[in-house]
Design a protein around this ligand. Structure first.
Ligand SMILES: *Cc1c(COP(=O)(O)O)cnc(C)c1O
Length: 395
């Protein structure tokens, strides 16, 4: 018996269920228009929300840092991998998020996988939204704490779980701020209230919201703090990524100086992983400057998203509770979803179909990610193309 024969059987089973994923063709860059299969195509698949991923200013900063410092860091930040460029970016993140300290991780997947087990252990409890990002879920699995999952954004159900939480040594509530597959917002003011009432730590992952939400682009915490000024002080653990709106790569955690020191001691994905190339931090630093100096990018993006959502809803598309630049179109079955995605692609639009296990059974969808580089003409073309193809999948 071939020891890996089971892999082919599993793959065949995925294919029969319309759940097999294939790598798309390689792309040169990640902009609003990309070259795919030899032709130009509109890209609604990326998280390049501010159009910075292929910005030449970021590229030049990365090249300069690489020429000055070399590429590889050759060790964990704790050993000798941390450069002045990383240090400067951490200081910039501190200013940006208005916390005492910040810590860079290789990715924000790694941040979640390292931070959660550093916060809770045996005898503790975690309370997580059922739609949390996979990296949060994996962080929870790595922690030896008891895991409780509450229905999406259901603070009543969370409170029912918390009523029985005094028996644990420590409690951690963890959530995305902007959910990646639904584009809706976590009820952060209510979560902060519950965290306070039940003496729980609150950890919020702003990966999709950094650079997009809030007056200064700090995220959904800042957005809600316009009506709930205490909120900023009530979220002691914040995760973000440099890889989405900031157009680079890497993850970060912001919080108190003692929290950051603890994580540098105990987060295994920090301690035992090589520091990211300084080039990535240098590029992210430029992106943060642009977030500060060009607020119109995020305002325009959210306004375009609002208008597009409204148009789609008027045409009877089900966009769920989306309140952001991520707009799902509920389509139902994996087969119908993939057919719709394929037909859009033939028309020159790349809008990925999302299937289980990324979303629950029966919640397959097209996921549209808008960027500030999408023009009104591109959005018009998207809407008219969607109208053309919907009939053939019975929508
Ligand atoms: C994308 C995402 C991550 C992973 O970010 P990377 O920096 O690409 O690893 C983590 N959390 C959430 C909520 C995300 O959407």
């Amino acid at each position: 018996m071939e020891p890996l024969a089971w892999v082919d059987e599993e793959l065949a089973q995925l294919e029969r269920a319309d759940l097999l994923r294939r790598l798309p063709p390689p792309l040169r860059e990640a902009g609003a228009v990309v070259e795919l299969d030899g032709r130009r195509i509109l890209n609604f698949a990326s998280n390049d929300y501010l159009g910075l991923a292929s910005d030449k200013r970021l590229a030049r900063a990365a090249i300069r840092a690489t020429e000055e410092q070399g590429l590889g860091r050759a060790a964990s930040p704790l050993i000798c991998g941390r450069s002045e460029v990383h240090d400067a970016l951490e200081q910039q993140l501190v200013q940006f998020q208005r916390t005492e300290a910040a810590l860079l991780f290789p990715t924000s997947f790694a941040a979640n996988a390292g931070v959660i087990p550093a916060l809770v252990d045996r005898g503790d409890a975690i309370y997580g939204d059922e739609k949390n990002h996979a990296s949060i879920i994996d962080g929870c699995r790595l922690a030896r704490a008891e895991r409780h999952v509450f229905p999406h954004r259901d603070t009543g159900a969370l409170e029912a779980l918390l009523r029985d939480s005094k028996k644990y040594r420590r409690r951690l509530i963890v959530t995305d701020s902007l959910f990646s597959m639904d584009g809706d917002l976590a009820p952060l003011p209510q979560l902060a209230e519950l965290a306070q009432r039940y003496d729980a730590m609150l950890m919020v992952d702003e990966a999709h919201a950094i650079g997009v939400f809030g007056e200064n682009g700090r995220g959904v915490i800042e957005y809600f703090s316009e009506t709930d000024p205490l909120l900023e002080s009530r979220v002691p653990i914040r995760i973000g990524t440099l890889a989405k709106a900031l157009g680079s790569a890497g993850g970060f955690v912001c919080g108190s100086a003692s929290l950051i020191q603890w994580l540098a001691n105990r987060a295994r994905t920090y301690v035992f992983s090589t520091a990211q190339p300084a080039a990535l931090s240098a590029a992210a630093a430029v992106a943060l400057d642009l977030v500060a100096s060009q607020p119109e990018r995020r305002r325009l993006l959210l306004e375009k998203a609002r208008v597009l959502r409204q148009r789609l809803q008027e045409l009877d598309w089900d966009t769920g509770d989306s309140a952001s630049q991520i707009i799902p179109l509920r389509t139902g079955t994996p087969a119908g979803t993939m057919r719709l995605s394929q037909m859009l692609r033939e028309r020159g639009i790349w809008a990925p179909g999302i299937r289980p296990p990324s979303v629950p059974e029966h919640e397959s969808r097209i996921r549209l990610g808008l960027t500030s580089a999408h023009t009104d003409e591109m959005l018009d073309f998207l809407v008219s193309s969607l109208q053309e193809v919907r009939g053939s999948v019975g929508l």
